[in-house]
Design a protein around this ligand. Structure first.
Ligand SMILES: Nc1nc2c(ncn2[C@@H]2O[C@H](COP(=O)(O)OP(=O)(O)O)[C@@H](O)[C@H]2O)c(=O)[nH]1
Ligand SMILES: [Mg+2]
Length: 390
């Protein structure tokens, strides 16, 4: 095995950046490029943190600390200027260290540690991507309990457990995994609806910033804007779209509409904003077609004005309704609750087994259709021991 490194902190400027170095020759390579400030007695031993300088021949690149977790695994904590990080990465590369992305490095590290199964390795990688604390909690639970536990249990007791039971439980795991995905990786929500209904006002209200332009002029939102909105155990990746209902000759707006349609197609949830103070609300056939198979919350906005809209005339897909006033931030807590209810995250049991990677979902789907106990056992073995790809 060679020696590998990855920058583990986000790209861009920060106070501190971390470069992890791992591999058989990691300590020898670091000894070449790192001069400790004081003595060498404890230098690069597990459990130590050493202050010193990263040097490229006679040039100092940065003053850093190097933490050592295992004999083959080190963290260089340098200053967070991306140029410094780049220089350190370049120096490592010149010393025959292969630079990887963080997920690939984690895969290398934990694949080498004998006592980690595939689910546990995937958990270490997925933890770096979790959008909420609740999501991280779900992943952590799958390492020893949750998915890991149930798979081991099935494998040990294949003789005693019926195939039908394994298949049924697999279906339940797949169903729960869809909800867990929202909590772990976030939910893509698009604010859509006719022009002037208050989409951008709602977007601004939820994001707590005046990001989107709000006016009475139709078609003000030409492009789409995204922001994150967190409540409870959920992180919404919220997108404000240009009016999808207008037929416009303006080329820029046509392009904006095209993008909006794409956002709607990719969304997990649609917040369909309608003006409840207007008797005639026409939702275009095109929009209805695009959102027909989505989870939809119909947001009847402008509840501060007299209500004119007859909700019984709304299309059947608009059955989940909430009334708000985006302008006066009224009904926003109810809206957040309703979203959690629609996505199924409100009463989600954090301690149940779920899949949290594509690989796991694919294999558990195969398990749910397994034709024999032997093939079920093979799939479970692959789930536990199979190669992890990033
Ligand atoms: N009375 C009232 N006016 C609102 C409300 N929400 C938005 N508006 C107004 O409706 C107009 C259009 O809002 P905007 O957010 O730009 O609509 P969009 O085209 O759907 O993005 C603006 O004048 C807003 O101030 C609301 O809850 N109550
Ligand atoms: Mg707008």
């Amino acid at each position: 095995m060679g020696t590998f490194a990855a920058v583990t902190t986000d790209k861009g400027t920060g106070a501190i950046s971390t470069v992890e170095v791992f591999g058989d020759h990691a300590d020898n390579i670091l000894k070449k490029i790192f001069i400790p400030l004081k003595g060498k007695a404890q230098f690069l031993k597990p459990g130590t943190v050493t202050v010193g300088q990263i040097r490229d021949k006679d040039k100092t690149i940065d003053q850093v600390t190097i933490g050592c977790q295992w004999p083959d695994s080190f963290s260089i904590n340098c200053h967070g200027n991306p140029l410094i990080v780049e220089m350190i990465a370049k120096l490592l590369k010149e010393n025959k260290v292969e630079i990887l992305i963080y997920e690939q490095l984690l895969q290398k590290i934990y694949s080498k540690r004998q006592n980690y199964n595939a689910i546990q390795i995937e958990a270490k990688i997925a933890l770096t991507k979790a959008k909420t604390i609740s999501g991280a909690r779900i992943i952590i639970h799958q390492q020893k309990n949750g998915l890991s536990y149930i798979l081991k249990h099935w494998l040990e007791k294949t003789g005693k457990i019926s195939l039908a039971k394994i298949k049924n439980q697999s279906h339940a795991i797949l169903k729960a995994s869809k909800v867990a995905k929202f909590i772990i990786y976030g939910c893509k929500a698009v604010v859509a609806g006719p022009a002037n209904t208050g989409k951008s006002t709602l977007f601004n209200c939820l994001c707590g910033a005046n990001k989107a332009i709000v006016t009475d002029i139709k078609g003000t939102t030409r492009d789409w804007l995204s922001a994150q909105y967190q409540f409870g155990s959920l992180m919404l990746e919220l997108t404000d779209t240009a009016g999808l209902d207008d037929i416009l000759n303006d080329e820029i707006q046509a392009k904006a509409q095209e993008k909006s349609i794409q956002m709607v197609t990719d969304a997990d949830l649609i917040l369909l904003v309608l003006n409840q103070s207007r008797a005639n609300t026409k939702i275009s056939g095109e929009l209805l077609k695009r959102i027909a198979n989505k989870k939809i919350l119909t947001v009847l906005n402008k509840s501060d004005l007299p209500g004119e809209l007859n909700t019984s005339k709304l299309p059947i897909i608009c059955s989940q309704i909430i009334r708000i006033s985006a302008k006066y931030a009224q009904g926003i807590e109810d809206l957040a609750e309703k979203i959690q209810e629609i996505l199924g995250v409100a009463k989600f049991d954090f301690y149940r087994p779920v899949c949290f990677t594509e690989r796991q979902n694919k294999l558990v789907a195969e398990l749910a259709k397994a034709g024999s106990k032997t093939s079920a056992a093979n799939i479970i073995t692959e789930l536990l021991n199979g190669p992890v790809c990033v």
